[in-house]
Write a protein that binds this ligand. Structure first.
Ligand SMILES: [Cu+2]
Length: 210
């Protein structure tokens, strides 16, 4: 058998655009594709990830990981932080520290993990744990690309802390089968919370202030 005759693994990209109710692009939105057929597997296993702390902010503000990922929480500030989460998907506490004192934590349960700091009320971060290796986050143009998904059926989800759970666009079903990229457009029908841009506690995201 000639080497060149081996069939290539069929796969294709899914390109996503996320818009708000006014048609403006929405950045920093998690996008992930959950396979609906067992054929669409082949993950090398979750990689490690880092949720940094710099200038009294979590960096990135939103981190998406596959379930099973170990996440480090280094504190690169000169002040100490006391990182915690009360979320069902992962309850934990990293008592007051600087540098990379604590070993990485494993995130096994899909869901939203809200991060805070006991010392700095304005510190707010999110980890979205997803049950798939295919995820990304939209750029400032509201665009994201899930590259090289194996052939199969997928449910494509979007998530942002700026929308109530009930106001998230419904997942979209799509199929990757012929090597051509799929393009999906999501639109938030309801009004979005402002982005959490203030690092110093003046705009902590809570619905009752909106
Ligand atoms: Cu802090």
């Amino acid at each position: 058998m000639l080497l060149g005759a081996l069939p290539a693994l069929a796969c294709a990209d899914i390109a996503v655009t996320v818009l708000d109710a006014d048609g403006a692009p929405v950045g920093d939105v998690a996008v992930y594709a959950v396979p609906r057929t067992t054929a669409a597997t082949g993950s090398a296993g979750p990689a490690a990830a880092v949720m940094d702390q710099a200038d009294s902010a979590f960096v990135p503000h939103l981190l998406v990981v596959e379930a099973g990922t170990y996440i480090e929480f280094p504190n690169n500030d000169t002040v100490s932080h006391h990182v915690y989460s009360f979320s069902d998907a992962k309850r934990f506490e990293l008592p007051l520290y600087k540098g990379n004192l604590h070993p990485p934590l494993r995130f096994d349960t899909p869901g939203v993990v809200v991060l805070g700091c006991n010392i700095h009320d304005g510190m707010l971060g999110y980890i979205l744990v997803v049950d798939t290796p295919w995820f990304t986050v939209t750029n400032a143009a509201g665009e994201a690309r899930l590259p090289a998904l194996p052939d199969g059926d997928y449910a494509v989800h979007v998530w942002t802390p700026r929308a109530r759970a009930g106001d998230l666009p419904r997942p979209r079903q799509t199929n990757v089968s012929d090597g051509s990229a799929r393009e999906l457009r999501f639109r938030f029908e309801g009004k979005l919370m402002p982005a959490h841009e203030d690092r110093h506690g003046r705009s902590t995201l809570t619905w009752d202030r909106y």
